[in-house]
Design a protein around this ligand. Structure first.
Ligand SMILES: Cc1ncc(COP(=O)(O)O)c(C=O)c1O
Length: 513
């Protein structure tokens, strides 16, 4: 929600010009972090800088007066004055102390690199007693995909969650029982870090036929979800300080995996063709790795165009860099044929492919997989061995049966129909209830929709109001690093029964009124 209490700098308050007034900072957007042991002034500088870099304080936002902010955060006015003048000299702010201070609209070039440096290791905020990497990970924004105040049974509009109500639980129970009776002795033995061989074979077959991935079963490494796959890839492929491209906006948890490995993040903008490879090349031609979601960009939902795919592969080949392809929910395509995975297009094997059972079966299962070039299998398995040895064998064995016996493909087909209907129900309800407040467009892939808010409406505040009304959504800006753009709410529909979709949309309409 915008708040437009102040007149623009140098302008007289006039009713005619009210719509042009810049937004005013909300003091609630600042959290001072006293745990770092830094002075109040440094804490305030850090908090403001972080709000600007994360987009919580957008370009042109008018800051509170030094007196008002001093009162709000309970520090002396001098502390605020000094913090503002430091950020003015660094280029994060513009204007003059005393006559209105604003967030800079064009962040200077050098800010890009200071942003990246801050992503890598916020040296100034190093928590005593733990590593710089540990501090950097602890300082990452915590994007919650559920809201504590909303009961678990209210599903509208949780992100990235499959339909638990449609899970074939009896079948799963039977498979588990049968597998245990047949081979419980083997299931209790320590296993291969690369994964349970029947599951590796089943995944290789599935990927070859459904995703155009080229691999033999030995290239498939079973891990504890896509998250562990990303962490392993970062650990095996990057040295501390290496630059890595991340999509902006993009998946916060892949950023976490890279930061934990000591990487320097390079946020690369995304447009309606996917990751902007030219921009990435300009920002950091020597990056060692790019992590991308080509089938269904998270969170915007676009598919990466053929031209961009070719450009990305060409960049990786030219710079000896790696592409990490996160193919997290490509099973759910409602129209047309799915675009094959990048991995299958890469003759020189510069792609590490990642998939997961979190979206088709359950995120609680914690089973995903990597497909790595043959030359890297040993390195990945060794790294994995020293983390947690292997993924629990019982789950792997039941999953293997689920795939081999054809239940997986049947379940995907059923879910595609169900999610297609749920997406349609969401669009339909939104057309009725949310016109003028939230603009939703159909997406051919995935498990969520992007609802665009009218210009100037703050998505963080809109999402917070939704939660107060009892409905979950994610603000798009929470997934941004350096990019700017209109506010939007991300609405997950896959796990939401149709009657709850109706109710959720009504609650959201009330919240956005
Ligand atoms: C972009 C993206 N990648 C990967 C995952 C899956 O992660 P995992 O397999 O660790 O549950 C998600 C789930 O939310 C996601 O949104």
């Amino acid at each position: 929600m915008t708040s437009a209490k102040a007149a623009p700098r140098g302008g007289k308050p006039a009713r005619r010009r009210a719509r042009k007034r810049p937004p005013v900072m909300a003091a609630t957007s600042l959290v001072l972090d006293g745990s770092t042991g830094a002075s109040l002034q440094t804490q305030l500088v850090e908090a403001l800088r972080s709000a600007i870099v994360s987009g919580r304080l957008g370009p042109g936002t008018r800051l509170l007066s030094t007196r008002a902010l001093a009162e709000q955060v309970d520090v002396s006015r001098n502390t605020v004055l000094n913090a503002y003048s430091r950020l003015l000299s660094e280029g994060y702010l513009r204007g003059h102390l005393g006559s209105g201070t604003y967030v800079a609209s064009e962040l200077p070039e050098r800010l890009q690199s200071s942003r990246r440096a801050r992503q890598e290791a916020p040296v100034a905020r190093h928590t005593p007693g733990i590593s710089r990497r540990g501090s950097a990970v602890a300082g990452l924004p915590d994007v919650r995909l559920s809201a504590p105040g909303i009961p678990e049974s209210r599903l509208a509009f949780r992100m990235g969650t499959p339909a638990v109500d449609a899970f074939p639980s009896d079948l799963w129970g039977r498979l588990l029982h049968t597998r245990w009776r047949r081979s419980w002795g083997d299931l209790l033995k320590r296993a291969d870090p690369g994964g349970h061989p029947p599951l590796r074979r089943a995944v290789a077959d599935y990927l070859a036929t459904s995703r155009g991935v080229r691999c033999v079963p030995e290239q498939v490494i079973i891990v504890n979800g896509a998250q562990q796959a990303m962490s392993l890839a970062a650990q095996v492929l990057l040295d501390p300080g290496d630059a890595a491209w991340v999509e902006d906006p993009g998946y916060f948890a892949s950023r976490g995996a890279l930061v934990a490995a000591g990487a320097t993040l390079v946020p690369v903008p995304v447009d309606d063709e996917g990751l902007d490879v030219e921009a990435g090349t300009r920002l950091s031609p020597d990056a060692r790795l790019a992590i991308v979601t080509p089938a269904h960009q998270f969170p915007l939902g676009v598919a990466m165009s053929q031209a961009r795919r070719q450009a990305l592969l060409a960049w990786a080949a030219r710079s000896d860099a790696w592409i990490v392809e996160d193919d997290y929910d490509s099973e759910f395509r409602y129209e047309g044929r799915p675009l094959p995975a990048l991995q299958g297009l890469s003759p020189d094997a510069r792609v590490i492919y990642i998939g997961t059972f979190s979206k088709v079966v359950s995120p609680a299962l914690r089973v995903g997989y990597l497909v790595v070039p043959e030359s890297l299998v040993q390195a990945f398995c060794a790294a994995r061995r020293f983390i947690d040895t292997h993924t629990p064998v019982v789950e792997q064995a039941v999953l293997a049966d689920f795939l081999h016996e054809g239940h997986f493909s049947r379940h995907v087909r059923r879910m595609r129909v169900l999610y297609g209907r749920r997406q349609e129900a969401l669009l339909e309800a939104a057309r009725r209830e949310l016109a003028g407040r939230l603009r939703l467009e159909p997406l051919h892939t995935g498990m969520h929709l992007v609802g665009w808010l009218p210009g100037g409406v703050d998505d963080v505040e809109a999402a917070a109001r939704g939660i107060e009304a009892g409905v979950m959504s994610q603000p798009l800006s929470a997934f941004r690093v350096a990019s700017r753009g209109p506010g939007a709410l991300l609405l997950g529909y896959s796990c939401v029964p149709e009657e709850q979709i109706e109710e959720g949309v009504r609650l959201l309409a009330r919240a956005l009124r």
